[in-house]
Design a protein around this ligand. Structure first.
Ligand SMILES: Cc1cc2nc3c(=O)[nH]c(=O)nc-3n(C[C@H](O)[C@H](O)[C@H](O)COP(=O)(O)OP(=O)(O)OC[C@H]3O[C@@H](n4cnc5c(N)ncnc54)[C@H](O)[C@@H]3O)c2cc1C
Length: 438
C-alpha cells in the first residue's frame, strides 16, 4: 500500500557509497534538487566494534556466508563500505576503461588535487608493517608504501579505529562528499530502503522505497542507482530490468599470519605498504587488524592456540583478481572460486609465507578466503552502456557493479572518477546545466 504523499525531485540517488555520494555532490553543486536514499544509518561514526558489526556483520545485508564457509562483507551505512574500508587508493586502470570508450583522466586529475591521497609518513607506519616491509624487501620483493586516503595531520600513531569507522575525520570516506551534497541542498533519507525503480513508457519516473515500515514513491526523471555490487543488480531485477542472477567478482583475500616474539603491536593502520603483480592479478600488503577481527580469523582457521597472540602476530593480506562468476541472487550471493583463482591464492600465500620466514615468524597459518569488493555485476557493455545508462531512459548505475572486467584493485578512487564523469554527462546531456556545457 503506497502513501499518497509523493515527493518530486530533479534526481534520486540510491546508495551513499563512493559512487552515489560523488554523483549526489556533483548534481547538487549544479543546483539540482536531489533526494538521496540510504538503507543504512547516518549516525556519526564511533570507531567501535559494536557499531562496525551493525554495519557489516548483519547476515544477508552486510555479511554473506557462502556454502564453502567463505565470507563476503560490505558496509550498510552512510558512506557505504568506505566508512570501514582500509583507505588504500589505487589509480583507475586506464587501459581497461579505454577499451570501453571511457576516459577518466579529467575527473582523476581534479579528484587527486582535492583528496588527501598520499602514502603514510613513517611516523604513522606501525611496527608490524615496518617488520613485514623489511622482511619482504629482504625476500627480494618490490615492497612499496601504498597511497592512502588519510589526512596524516589528523591520523594518530598507534590507532586502528579506521577499520571500525574513523571517528576523528582522519580517513576520507564517502560521508565527506555526502555532507557536502547536503550542504548544497541534497535531502538525505537514511534508513530508507529502495525497493524498485518506477518505469513508465521505457523511462525512469521515480523510486519506491520503504522507511519506518511505510512504502513511499519519490518522483524524478533521473534515477541513479549506487547500491553497490550487490544492491544495484538486485534493484534492477526488482524493477524488471535484469535477470534474477548476476555474475560478479569479489577480489578474494586470504590473511597469512605468523608470530614473532620480539614485538608488542597490533594497533596500526592496515595496508601501509605492499606489492602488486598486475599481470598475474595478485597483490600483497600488511594487514594488521584489531584484536577481535584477528581472533575471528584465528578461530575460523581452527587455531585456537593462537587466539591470545594478537600483539605478536604479523598478518599479510593476499588478494587476487578472481574470474567473474557465481551469482548475486535476490536474497543470496554465491561465489565459488575457479581452479585458477585457487592457484593464484596459493601462489600469493607462498609469497606471504616466504616474507614471514624472513621476518622470523613461527606458528604460521592462513585464514579461509573472504572478500570485500563485490563488483562487476552490472558491467559496462553488458548491464549499462558507456554512459552508465541502464535499460531505461533517465536510469543510471554508478558503483562497483559497473566495473567492466575482473578487477583485483582497491576500487574507491575509480568509483569517484566514474561518479564525477556520470554527473557531468547527466548535467550536459540530460539537463544541460553544467557551466562548461553551455
Ligand atoms: C573491510 C573493507 C576494506 C576495504 N578496503 C578498501 C581499500 O583500502 N581501498 C578501496 O579502494 N576499497 C576498499 N574497500 C572496498 C570499497 O570500500 C568498496 O569497493 C566501495 O565502497 C564500493 O563503493 P560503491 O559505490 O560501489 O558502494 P558501497 O560502498 O557498497 O555502498 C552502497 C551503499 O548503498 C546502500 N544500498 C544498497 N542497496 C540499497 C537500497 N536498496 N536502498 C537504499 N540503499 C541501498 C548500502 O547500504 C551502501 O551504503 C574495502 C571494503 C571493505 C568492506
Amino acid at each position: 500500500m503506497h502513501t499518497s504523499d509523493t515527493s518530486s525531485w530533479d534526481a534520486i540517488v540510491v546508495g551513499t557509497g563512493p559512487g552515489g555520494a560523488t554523483v549526489a555532490r556533483a548534481l547538487t553543486r549544479q543546483g539540482m534538487r536531489v533526494l538521496v536514499l540510504e538503507q543504512g544509518s547516518a549516525a556519526p561514526l564511533k570507531g567501535t566494534l559494536v557499531q562496525m558489526a551493525g554495519m557489516a556483520a548483519i547476515p544477508g545485508k552486510g555479511a554473506f556466508v557462502h556454502r564453502d564457509a567463505s565470507l563476503l562483507v560490505q558496509g550498510i551505512t552512510a558512506g557505504g563500505s568506505s566508512a570501514l574500508n582500509f583507505a588504500t587508493a589505487a589509480l583507475p586502470p586506464v587501459a581497461m576503461f579505454a577499451r570501453h570508450g571511457i576516459d577518466l583522466s579529467a575527473p582523476l586529475a581534479s579528484l587527486r588535487a582535492e583528496l588527501p591521497i598520499t602514502a603514510l609518513p613513517d611516523r604513522l607506519i606501525g611496527p608490524m608493517a615496518t617488520r613485514i616491509g623489511d622482511a619482504a624487501r629482504a625476500a627480494g620483493l618490490d615492497w612499496q608504501k601504498l597511497d592512502k586516503m588519510i589526512r596524516p595531520q589528523i591520523c594518530r600513531a598507534g590507532c586502528w579505529r579506521c577499520v571500525y569507522g574513523c571517528p576523528f575525520g582522519a580517513k576520507w570516506t564517502a560521508r565527506d562528499f555526502l555532507d557536502q551534497a547536503i550542504e548544497h541542498g541534497a535531502h538525505l533519507l537514511d534508513l530508507a530502503r529502495a525497493t524498485r525503480v518506477v518505469i513508465e513508457d521505457g523511462r525512469a519516473t521515480g523510486v519506491e522505497y520503504v522507511r519506518a515500515g511505510r512504502t513511499h514513491i519519490a518522483q524524478a526523471s533521473l534515477v541513479i542507482l549506487a547500491g553497490g555490487g550487490i544492491g544495484s543488480p538486485r534493484l534492477l531485477h526488482a524493477s524488471g530490468l535484469r535477470p534474477a542472477r548476476s555474475a560478479f567478482f569479489s577480489d578474494p583475500v586470504i590473511a597469512v599470519m605468523g608470530t614473532v616474539d620480539d614485538l608488542n603491536g597490533g594497533a596500526e593502520v592496515p595496508m601501509a605498504a605492499g606489492v602488486r603483480y598486475d599481470d598475474e592479478g595478485i597483490s600483497l600488503a600488511d594487514l594488521t587488524l584489531p584484536g577481535p577481527m584477528y581472533q575471528a580469523f584465528a578461530a575460523q582457521a581452527g587455531r585456537i592456540d593462537r587466539l591470545l597472540a594478537h600483539r605478536q602476530t604479523l598478518s599479510i593480506m593476499v588478494k587476487i583478481r578472481d574470474e567473474i562468476g557465481g551469482a548475486v541472487g535476490p536474497r543470496w550471493v554465491s561465489k565459488p572460486l575457479h581452479a585458477h583463482d585457487k592457484d593464484k591464492l596459493a601462489r600469493g600465500v607462498d609469497m606471504a609465507r616466504t616474507i614471514l620466514a624472513h621476518a622470523g615468524a613461527t606458528h604460521v597459518f592462513a585464514s579461509h578466503h573472504f572478500a570485500a569488493h563485490p563488483g562487476g555485476s552490472v558491467r559496462i557493455g553488458d548491464g549499462v552502456d558507456s554512459d552508465l545508462q541502464a535499460g531505461a531512459k533517465g536510469l543510471y548505475v554508478c558503483d562497483a557493479s559497473v566495473i567492466p572486467e575482473p578487477w583485483g584493485l582497491p576500487p574507491t578512487l575509480t568509483l569517484l572518477c566514474l561518479g564525477e564523469r556520470l554527473a557531468k554527462h547527466i548535467a550536459c546531456h540530460a539537463v544541460a546545466v553544467w557551466p562548461s556545457c553551455q
